[in-house]
Design a protein around this ligand. Structure first.
Ligand SMILES: Cc1cc2nc3c(=O)[nH]c(=O)nc-3n(C[C@H](O)[C@H](O)[C@H](O)COP(=O)(O)OP(=O)(O)OC[C@H]3O[C@@H](n4cnc5c(N)ncnc54)[C@H](O)[C@@H]3O)c2cc1C
Length: 637
């Protein structure tokens, strides 16, 4: 990713289309065997980074002509995870020569990555026999179906169905200094930090994609950053950051851990920059961040971090191996110390990783409906967290498996009932899509068009207020202040144009027009906007407590107006493995479990019972760096 084309590709990789081309680079972290194949393929096709894969010579073309293939380009309309798209497949008389999925709107690093990965494999092996990518199953199935449909049209399906697919089995045993469980934001940070500290590292990742739920995060990272904030006239301090984190978490967080986070978050920004991450020049405010210290990557979403991590991994392949589709099952203990783990590759191949240090970084458990209900006797005890409420996370990534692994080795689990709901859920799925609640210059109104809450409040306050509204839902209303252009991608790569085309949002040229289309009361909606504007203008105090204290706050006056329906959704689990500031896992009697470290959302004790927006990424990177360094020292000393 030293290649400057990469930035342009990512810029172009919006939900409007060109998603595919970038992930030829992106999928650079794979198990050793696949990596070699991938590298060879990249070498052959690296100069052809346009749409589709046109121009790569297929590896396995013999004998097909006799089957009577009808050369040409065929199309199939498929339904992806996020939206419908077209799969165009070009056939010669004996080979697939191009697969184009450039109209897809799948998520960067997740579905889009799976499409590219599978397209590569189908092309290289000239087969329909490619396994779905765990973590992006729906996207995988849409591509498989589309290519099959096209193959049938070209009379090529029978031959392609008989051709063997790739053998991506892995070794049965690996030796490493450090084994990291989970290749998401925290895990990859730990892995890279361990490599930087001189260790050899194996990462086991249950999905076929790298990056876990970090990929779909907005990437907001809180840190007090005088260099950026002073230019914006923002007054801030590490003490203030500590206070709002502690208070915002209802004084339930562990002070030493919060201090470690707030003291070291800026170093995490700089560490990411040292890996090539570019941040926007200005800081902003994630939803419920209680400050203006959220750093956003300059390119779309949390996937920006993952791309940088993958680049590092590709450059350090002799020290860092990522085994995809490999699920950790159990930790191996010798005399009370961690000695490695057992795992299963693609559901059947058993493998062992021998390592003196294990870092558990398996993410949260928000998508584990059964477990979250079992432990839900805290903030949301009066709300059923069954499957009528969605989750923002990638389902297989957020099952809480690391908690069991660590508990089995003697670690204590703490704060499990501290579950966070987020106000930015999409009705029906709970995914965080379309117009986001993060940032400023938006109002939240109920079905009648009335404001009902301070939009800048903590997430639990916001969600409680939403539950009190008719049908527990609301509209986020924005105007051209937030979206000056309908075609310009926002921080997550989405555009108003696409949201409208998919019917996810409603547009009105005037407030009245918007009210009519959303069936709000136009007078009430106008009054809500006027009232908000009065607060921004400093003319009045907001009855809900919104304070226009952000340098980005503007009055909302001009159309077009856009509205997007939202519901509360399960977002983050603040409880988990008990750690100390060295990220060592700690037992109920306060003893460390030798060789066991944990970082990221699978840990507890940092955020108390309400996490501030932008503090999770700060946590993953800050404690991930610590975990990697400590684990490497333990293993190599
Ligand atoms: C839509 C969305 C938006 C968000 N936006 C923000 C934001 O802007 N700012 C912020 O601070 N926070 C945000 N968050 C929260 C934040 O992104 C997460 O808390 C954080 O990314 C979690 O990182 P992690 O590394 O702990 O977990 P993940 O990134 O989920 O990584 C965990 C990895 O472990 C793997 N794994 C799990 N079990 C096993 C096993 N048994 N064996 C092997 N591998 C396993 C998973 O597959 C996954 O890849 C957001 C979250 C979501 C879902």
């Amino acid at each position: 990713m030293k290649d400057s084309r990469y930035d342009d590709l990512i810029e172009a990789t919006t939900k409007r289309g060109a998603a595919n081309s970038a992930s030829l680079f992106r999928k650079s972290v794979v198990d050793r065997r696949t990596f070699l194949q991938g590298a060879a393929f990249l070498g052959a096709c690296g100069g052809l980074m346009g749409f589709g894969l046109t121009g790569c010579t297929p590896a396995n073309t013999g004998g097909a002509a006799a089957q009577g293939w009808k050369a040409g380009t065929y199309s199939a309309n498929v339904t992806g995870h996020n939206a419908p798209f077209t799969v165009d497949v070009t056939f010669s008389e004996n080979a697939i020569t191009a697969i184009d999925t450039s109209t897809n709107q799948e998520s960067l690093g997740v579905g889009a990555s799976a499409l590219e990965d599978l397209s590569n494999k189908i092309m290289e092996y000239q087969t329909l026999n490619v396994d779905s990518v765990t973590g992006a199953t729906l996207s995988s199935m849409s591509l498989q179906q589309g290519v099959k449909d096209c193959a049938e049209q070209a009379n090529a399906a029978k031959t392609l169905a008989k051709a063997p697919g790739p053998d991506d089995s892995v070794e049965s045993s690996y030796n490493a200094d450090v084994c990291v469980v989970g290749g998401g934001g925290a895990g990859l940070t730990a892995a890279i930090s361990a490599v930087q500290a001189g260790a050899n590292v194996v990462v086991v990742e249950k999905c076929g994609i790298t990056g876990g739920s970090t990929n779909v995060s907005e990437g907001a990272l809180n840190a007090v950053d005088p260099e950026r904030q002073q230019k914006q006239g923002i007054e801030d301090s590490v003490e203030q950051f500590y206070e709002v984190t502690y208070e915002g978490g209802h004084e339930q967080g562990t002070p030493e851990l919060i201090h470690y986070l707030t003291d070291n978050a800026l170093d995490s920004v700089h560490w990411l920059e040292s890996l090539g991450v570019k941040f926007k020049d200005e800081t902003g405010s994630a939803t419920g961040s209680l400050g203006e210290r959220s750093h956003y990557p300059a390119t779309p979403s949390g996937n920006t971090y993952i791309r940088a991590f993958e680049a590092f991994a590709a450059d350090h392949a002799d020290q860092l191996v990522v085994l995809h589709e490999t699920q950790a099952k159990e930790l191996i203990l010798e005399n009370g110390s961690v000695a490695g783990l057992t795992a299963v590759h693609r559901g059947s191949q058993e493998i062992t990783v021998n390592a003196k240090s294990i870092v558990v970084a398996t993410g949260g458990f928000g998508a584990n409906v059964e477990y979250r209900q079992q432990v839900n006797d805290g903030v949301w005890a009066d709300v059923k967290l069954d499957d009528t409420i969605g989750c923002t996370n990638i389902k297989p990534c957020a099952q809480g498996e690391g908690l069991k692994l660590a508990e089995g080795a003697g670690a204590e689990l703490i704060g499990l009932s501290d579950i966070q709901l987020h106000p930015c859920g999409t009705p029906g799925t709970g995914l965080m899509e379309d117009i986001r609640t993060s940032g400023r210059n938006r109002i939240f109104v109920n079905k009648s068009g009335e404001r009902f809450v301070n939009e800048g409040a903590e997430r639990d306050t916001l969600c409680k207020a939403i539950f009190a509204q008719p049908e527990s839902t609301y509209w986020i209303v924005v105007n051209k202040v937030r979206y000056p252009s309908e075609t310009e991608p926002d921080a997550n790569g989405a555009t108003i144009e696409n949201m409208l085309a998919l019917g996810h949002i409603v547009k009105g040229e005037t407030v009245e027009d918007l009210a009519e289309q959303t069936q709000m009361d136009a007078t009430k909606l106008q009054a809500s906007i006027d009232g908000y504007n009065q607060v921004v203008a400093g003319a009045t105090e907001d009855p809900f407590g919104f304070k226009a204290n952000n340098t980005a706050d503007r009055q909302l006056t001009e159309g077009p107006w856009y509205a997007c329906r939202k519901v509360p959704t399960v977002h983050h689990t603040m409880g988990g493995i008990r750690i100390n500031v060295n990220t060592e896992a700690v037992s109920a009697d306060g003893e460390v479990v030798p060789g066991l470290y944990a970082c990221g959302e699978c840990t507890g004790g940092i955020h108390g019972s309400n996490r501030l927006g932008g503090n999770a990424i700060a946590d993953c990177i800050t404690f991930g760096r610590q975990a990697g360094t400590q684990a490497a020292q333990h293993a190599t000393s």
